[in-house]
Design a binder for this molecule. Structure first.
Ligand code: AP5
Ligand code: MG
Length: 210
């Protein structure tokens, strides 16, 4: 079963392509942003704390993230045997702690999908989404800040995962169907055998882990 991490700047397509991988494989989609927004929507004390970071586009402290995410990952892996992690990890300390957590529970990730698109395309997608969905952090200033946070805090993970031999890089500056075809090819080439349409879900060969 696939256990993948989606890594990208805001708007490059983590959510879009995570949903697709989930549909193809049955692995659980775990979005850190969705879990945080659900906590904010609940209006809990934790949610109010979370909103002070997310509304500005700053990262939520690691301990809060692990408190919210760890139970979801364990439950998902128990139910489906796999996961698509959307938006986590996104700092080096998170990546190192996630690697340890994965090793301890035999849930190590087997690929990291790094999605790219030009910065002005990202901004334009998120402003479009703001008009449709009204996400609190999709304002121009906060989008620019999220992009800067990505460059400073998250971009170092690209080389980290590349050096571990598990990074797949894809441009999303093209139609979604093309991205999906390329993603399918790359995952199949790695032995993460995604089913083709109409076939039942196959068992996956145990891929290399890092
Ligand atoms: P999060 O919710 O993860 O937001 P993000 O990283 O800013 O990414 P987005 O959800 O905006 O974009 P996406 O990459 O999912 O793109 P999408 O598929 O939607 O995090 C929000 C906040 O939570 C963070 O700022 C932080 O405060 C906090 N947080 C989350 N995780 C954390 C962590 N681990 N540690 C600390 N804090 C954390 O696509 C965008 C749009 O483009 C869509 O409308 C889509 O339809 C469109 N689109 C996608 N692909 C294409 C395409 N190929 N062509 C045309 N349009 C496309
Ligand atoms: Mg998203």
């Amino acid at each position: 079963m696939v256990r993948v991490i989606m890594l990208s700047p805001p708007g490059a397509g983590k959510g879009t392509h995570s949903r697709w991988v989930t549909l193809q494989t049955g692995a659980a989609h775990i979005s850190s942003g969705d879990l945080l927004r659900a906590e904010v929507a609940r209006g809990s004390g934790l949610g109010r704390q979370v909103a002070t970071y997310t509304d500005r586009g700053d990262l939520v402290p690691d301990d809060l993230i692990f408190r919210i995410l760890a139970p979801a990952v364990v439950a998902a892996a128990r139910h489906t045997g796999g996961y698509v992690l959307d938006g986590f990890p996104r700092t080096m300390p998170q990546a190192l702690r996630a690697a340890q957590f994965g090793a301890d529970l035999a849930l190590t990730s087997n690929a990291v999908i790094y999605l790219t698109a030009p910065e002005e395309e990202l901004v334009s997608r998120l402003l479009d989404r703001a008009r449709r969905e009204g996400r609190a952090d999709d304002t121009l200033d906060v989008i620019r800040h999220r992009l800067a946070v990505f460059a400073k805090e998250t971009a170092p993970l690209i080389d980290y995962y590349r050096s571990r031999g598990i990074l797949l890089e894809l441009s999303t500056n093209r139609p979604e169907a093309e991205v999906h075809a390329d993603l399918l090819d790359q995952l199949q080439a790695r032995g993460l055998m995604l089913p083709v349409a109409g076939e039942s879900r196959p068992d996956h060969a145990e891929p290399a882990e890092a």
